[in-house]
Design a protein around this ligand. Structure first.
Ligand code: SF4
Ligand code: SF4
Length: 292
């Protein structure tokens, strides 16, 4: 359930604003309120010194199938929306990806063809995708020279490739927050088949990105930022680490494996924010219909 603020009890200390992990507690003039992006985590209630924050009776719609259908309809998305969920083991009846493969290849299987959810871990992923998502790495000991040769063979580094040398690759990745290992693996699948995911990735064009951004900023003034110049997985995982949506055009690997059209990019967002997107996109759609 969403939080709500009684401004008659509020001492305007801003504690709720500074302690909301999702930037959903916010200030308008000298009043405080909670936006549609509230996840019901309860942090603000614990930090409010006056008891001005409480639980409202507004339910947050977390049904993955309903949210998948709503996002596709409101944004006119034709491709499957990718969902990822941290887990220590596959769910009953779910296959484990044996690999070796790339994270973006698994993502592409979902995005291009709505493949059934699979469980993957550091052993199945040969690229940096597993460690960038906080799953650790394959524990295969390689020398610096072997690593260099593998990256050259994979066309990642070298003249005319994604990075001139290993050094630029490391520098590019140091721009992103590290993720400490907390889970053994991730489930990846289409949003309508993964309940309560942690993260969703939407393949969207410029128009759809603009509408998502408008839905995000509408009540809060917060903006969606993005990054380019490194692997798509690292940008996607940043949304999980920072509890906010991120857009990325991805690198060559992601664009190829996910079969993105020239006009498509990716928007990655914590699933907890999806109900807020659906609510504000619905409001915008209702208003534009009324305007006709
Ligand atoms: S997301 Fe959590 S901290 Fe933020 S307003 Fe909602 S309940 Fe409070
Ligand atoms: S934490 Fe409580 S008192 Fe402080 S600004 Fe928020 S609602 Fe007001």
């Amino acid at each position: 359930m969403k939080a709500t603020i009684n401004n008659d009890l509020c001492a305007q200390c801003r504690s709720c604003v500074s302690n909301c992990p999702y930037q959903a507690a916010t200030q308008r003039g000298n009043k405080f309120y909670v936006s549609s992006f509230c996840t019901g985590c309860g942090n603000c209630i614990a930090f409010c010194p006056t008891g001005a924050v409480s639980v409202s009776d507004e339910l947050i719609e977390l049904d993955n199938q309903k949210n998948d259908a709503a996002l596709k309809e409101l944004l006119d998305i034709k491709k499957p929306i990718v969902a990822m969920k941290y887990a220590n083991a596959p769910l009953e009846g779910m296959e484990t990806e044996e690999g070796p493969t790339f994270w973006c290849a698994l993502c592409g299987n979902v995005c291009a063809a709505a493949a059934d959810p699979v469980f993957f871990n550091a052993k199945s992923i040969t690229c940096g995708g597993a460690s960038l998502f906080g799953l650790g790495n394959r524990k295969v000991k390689v020398t610096k020279q072997e690593m260099h040769e593998a990256l050259v063979a994979a066309h990642v580094v070298g003249k005319g490739r994604h990075y001139r040398t290993f050094w630029e690759m490391g520098k590019s990745r140091s721009n992103y927050p590290p993720l400490i290992k907390r889970y053994e693996g991730l489930i990846i699948g289409p949003l309508d088949k993964v309940e309560m995911p942690d993260l969703v990735i939407l393949p969207v064009n410029g128009e759809q990105t603009s509408r998502l951004a408008a839905a995000y900023t509408y009540e809060t003034g917060n903006i969606i930022t993005g990054s380019a110049g490194s692997a798509g997985c690292i940008a996607a995982s940043t949304a999980y680490v920072e509890n906010k949506p991120i857009f990325t055009c991805g690198d060559h690997g992601v664009r190829t494996f996910m079969q993105l059209n020239p006009g498509e990019i990716l928007v990655s967002t914590p699933y907890a924010l999806v109900p807020g997107f659906v609510k504000n996109l619905t409001t915008a759609a209702e208003v534009s219909t009324e305007d006709k």
